[in-house]
Each structure stands twice: as structure tokens, then as C-alpha cells.
Design a protein around this ligand. Sequence first.
Ligand code: PLP
Length: 389
Amino acid sequence: HRTTSQALGRIAPSRTNAMTDRAIELRAQGRDIISLSVGEPDFSTPAHVIAAAKAALDAGQTRYTAVPGTQALREAAALHFRRDLGLAVGPSQVIVTAGGKQAIFEALLATLDPGDAVLIPSPWWVSYPEIVRFAGADVVDLPTQAAGGFRITPAQLAAAITPATRWLLLNSPGNPTGATYPAHELRALGDVLRRHPRVLVLSDDIYAPLRYGGGQHATLAVECPDLQDRILTVSGVSKSHAMTGFRIGVSAGPEWLVKAMAKLQSHNSGNPCSIAQAAATAALAGPQDFLADWRERFRARRDKVVAAINAIPGLSTPVPDGAFYCMIDAAPLMPRFGDDEALALHLLEHGVAVVAASAFGGGPGFRISFAADDAMLDEALRRIAAALR
Ligand code: PLP
């Protein structure tokens, strides 16, 4: 009676969560562990967002809402897409989900059949391939390298598309690499996609507000408006507004796809948490000025981490353009450690939790998140240097 489904057997637990759990376990044993394995800002959720959550409770907003989200939040999300991504959408093209993760899960589950193929540039966010496999479809790896900015090329995309291809998953700025696609590269990818009308595109722009290069964020649905009927743009408040625990994501796409996702959601979680939706409405429609300060602090940390890592023999990292991760190459250390999982465990023994690059389909190396406070980052960088001396 303890057998589980074939679908479940196709997936592995999240290795980023596994490393975080291991760090918590060691800490419980009294060990001093700094966790650079988790992808969440250390900043406090803005006070006006907390106030909106409390006000929603006091106002009795404790009941079911519409499955795809409250009208207020869908309107705030449409405002966000226009203001921050330059993407003009109405509330009927928006769906609110329990985190960006649920949107990706729903979009893929609602459209994939066995035999379909999904193109995923690697190193990838850990959940992408697992969700695809859960849906019964096949993962097609599009490998990228640091030298190419961890971005795929139009030729690479064209060569990978077959009649089975159903989705391309694009993530800019990217986790775990920080890869950020400029507008002209998106248009060139669009030229390839235009020739293959069956291919849908998931544009995961959840880190869009956390870009360090300045200028307008570029996104495929804006660069190639004629492809909008097959692009789902995923965003949210988890990363940009330090609201990971609220579990709210917002996505914009064609009505046929948004409706399909809502159909699935109606039998799964139903509506996202009513209180969290009120908080997210305040986050997206309220003041955004704190973001500039956060971005500057992330940028300072990024520069510090890149300099410190590149000064350690055997490690190297490019400068990430966005998000808050460094994908560190450790290939020269492999004769000593064997694989990057062993290297990550070695660093954990020296008091720093990181995630092996192989968990993201890359490497050998490891990813660190620099969304940790400055004193902790300094100490973690000292420990990494000492552990590899
Ligand atoms: N997409 C990417 C690339 C991410 O890194 C994450 C979080 O780690 C998500 C989506 C999902 O975010 P959440 O479900 O917390 O909103």
C-alpha cells in the first residue's frame, strides 16, 4: 500500500531545499552554519505591505476569493506588468497563484502530454525539469556556458526544436546564473520561434526588478508582440518585495492559457490566500522606491562576492547581471574533491551551506546566494577561502 505513482517516481526532491534542511539540522546540533543556499532576500518585508495584511484581517477578508485572484490584485498585477516590464495586459490576462512556482506547475501540467518535449537552458532553476518530468514530458537540455553569458543562441534553439517541442522555458534574469537577455537577443530568438507555431514560451521574469545594468527590462512578449498568444510571463512579489512566505505569484498570458491554469487551480489550491493577496496588492500598487536602495545593496554585495571568489585559487565566476546568485566554476578543484556534491559537503563542514552546480544541470561548481547580510557574507567568504586553502 506504500507504492506511490509513476509520476512521483519520475521526480527528485529539490536539492536546494535539501541543502537548506541539512544546514538547519546541523545548526540544531549547535554547529555554526551560514546558509548561502537559499534564494530569498534577507530584507524585511516593507512595512506598508505588512500593514495591508493586518488591515485585510481586521476587515474580515478571510474568505474564498475568485480562483484566479481578487480583481484588486489582478489590476495591481496588470499595473506591475505595464510599469516594470512594459507589457500591456488587462486583468483578464492575469492569474494569481501560490508563488511563481504554482504558475509554472499549472502552465506545464495544463498543456503537456506524454511525448512532448520541453527545452530548458541549463544551468536551470531546479524545479523546471522536475515539473516537466512530473507532467510526463521529456526534458531537452540546452547547455549554456559562462563565456556566452549563460544565454542560449538562436542557432542552438533552432537546432533543438523538433515536432515534439511544446515549450521553451526562458528565465531572465536567471537563477542560478544571473543570465539576462538583452532585447535584440530576445528578438532573434523570436525569429526562430515564429517558424514553429506549436512552441509555447514560459518567460520567467520573477527577478526583473533585480537587475544591475540599468535601463528597461527586456521581455519576449514585448519584443515579439505577435507571439503573445503563446507566451506566459511569470512574475511575483517573492523576490522583489521580500515576500517569499506570502506565496503569491502573478502571471500574464493569453486568456486561453490563463483560463486553463485557473481550471487546474480550481481543483488544487483554489484561490491563493486572501490575506496574502491583499498584501501583494499593496506591494505591487504601492510605493516602489525602497527597491532602488535594495538593488544598490545587492549590487554592492555582488561586487564583493565576485571579487572575493575570483581571488580564491580554483574558483571563478562571471559578474551576474541580475538576481542574487553567483554560479561559481570549480572545475580546477575536481581532482581534489571528485565531484561538486563532495565539494559542497566539504564547504558545509567548514560552516557554509551552498548548492552544488550539478543540482542545476551545470558545473562542476556551486551556487551561492548573496541575499545574506554583509557581516554573514564576509564571514562566509572567509570560511570558503579557508576551506579551500
Ligand atoms: N522562478 C525562479 C527562477 C525562481 O528562482 C523561483 C524561486 O526560487 C521561482 C520562480 C518561484 O518563486 P516563488 O514560488 O517563491 O514565488
